[in-house]
Design a protein around this ligand. Structure first.
Ligand code: KG4
Ligand code: ZN
Length: 344
């Protein structure tokens, strides 16, 4: 089965072709990072317009690379939500029209399901059930993944997502956008413990998280270190970055371990952009290894948004949940900017 995947929920335009018979994946991506950099964040209208410009060329590129004609496609998987309404509409518009013209099913995919199933593309892959730590720019969740489509929310952020905290911290430290990789790089030069920041909800006794207070604490630390001139020396910035990363990593690691303990499971899947963070990976490796648990990631280039994870999730749904997927494909395709993973 050849499934075309389309992703346009935020600031990456992704198209992919997954062949479930051979496991072959061809994908093409255009990141809008340069377009939004000057604004320090994603501008929704610019994002939508850029998806319009990029989608068709990416589609032609993928088909050419795979040596596949449009008529050879069996289905189209498209991100229907959550995300920016206008941006989602662009991808869904293309998917719906292609599906109509080619007379093939269009499968609406939940963006986070794309992220959480993407580690199954790696060998060895995790087996169901597992715990998923989903850490992206918009979400920070712990999920009990029983099977495809059977997800139970174990813990969530009460306010900002971890990725959002990375991006805002980067802004306060005068670093570029997106902030995660830049904060992570600068943190490597910081002295551990030179600055003290809180570990929010570390002792809360549940699996929820909160990163908004940490962001405020970073602002206070920046003001203190830079006062009165407002200029922050390089070492002070690195020290704050280091402590920020240490705090986020400590909280995420502790909550992930607690989720494994609560569910009695020994496999952790980490998905979403923050999953690319090297300090988080080192910490999880260290702490989980000591407990005989294993951690799984998507391929590094599939940690952030892409079309491959959407094509794959669509194919997995069609194989494992054929009836529900067939039903979903017969309904009018609608975008769902707000869509919780557990509500399917
Ligand atoms: O999953 P993703 O590409 O998009 C969403 O669906 O949100 O995640 C983007 C987020 C951004 O906040 C970005 O700063 C963060 O992932 N990120 C990182 C790293 N790479 C990307 N955060 C920390 N360390 C990284 N290496
Ligand atoms: Zn994402």
């Amino acid at each position: 089965m050849r499934v075309l995947g389309i992703e346009s929920s935020c600031d990456e335009t992704g198209v992919a072709l997954y062949d479930s018979a051979t496991g072959a994946m061809v994908h093409a991506l255009h990141s809008q990072v340069d377009l939004h950099r000057a604004f320090g964040g994603v501008v929704p209208e610019l994002a939508s317009r850029d998806h319009v410009r990029r989608l068709a060329p990416l589609l032609l590129d993928v088909l050419a690379k795979a040596g596949v004609q449009p008529g050879d496609l069996d289905a189209i998987a498209v991100t229907a939500g959550p995300g920016l309404a206008g941006a989602l509409l662009v991808g869904c518009g293309l998917a719906a029209s292609l599906g109509f013209a080619l007379e093939i099913p269009v499968v609406p995919v939940h963006h986070l399901e794309g992220h959480l199933l993407s580690p199954l593309l790696v060998t060895p892959a995790p087996t169901f059930p597992f715990v998923c730590l989903l850490v992206s720019g918009g979400h920070t969740q712990l999920l009990h993944v029983r099977e495809v489509g059977r997800y139970e929310l174990l813990g969530d952020t009460l306010d900002d997502a971890a990725g959002e905290a990375f991006d805002k911290t980067a802004q306060m430290l005068g670093l570029g956008y997106p902030g995660g990789p830049e904060v992570s790089r600068l943190a490597q030069f910081g002295v551990p413990g030179a600055v003290r920041l809180p570990r929010p909800m570390l002792e809360s006794g549940n699996l929820d998280m909160s990163f908004s207070g940490l962001k405020t604490a970073v602002r206070t630390a920046v003001e203190r270190a830079g006062a009165p001139s407002g200029n922050l020396c390089e070492q002070a910035r690195a020290d704050i970055a280091r402590e920020f990363v240490d705090s986020v990593v400590e909280v995420l690691t502790a909550k992930a371990l607690a989720a494994l303990a609560r569910t009695g499971l020994s496999q952790l899947v980490v998905a979403g952009g923050v999953g690319a963070n090297i300090q988080l990976r080192a910490s999880l490796q260290d702490r989980l290894g000591a407990r005989g648990a294993r951690v799984f990631y998507p391929p590094l280039d599939l940690c952030t948004d892409n079309g491959a994870m959407i094509a794959f999730a669509g194919a997995v749904r069609m194989t494992r949940l054929p009836e529900a997927t067939r039903m979903a494909a017969t309904e009018p395709l609608r975008v769902r900017p707000r869509w919780t993973l557990t509500d399917r």
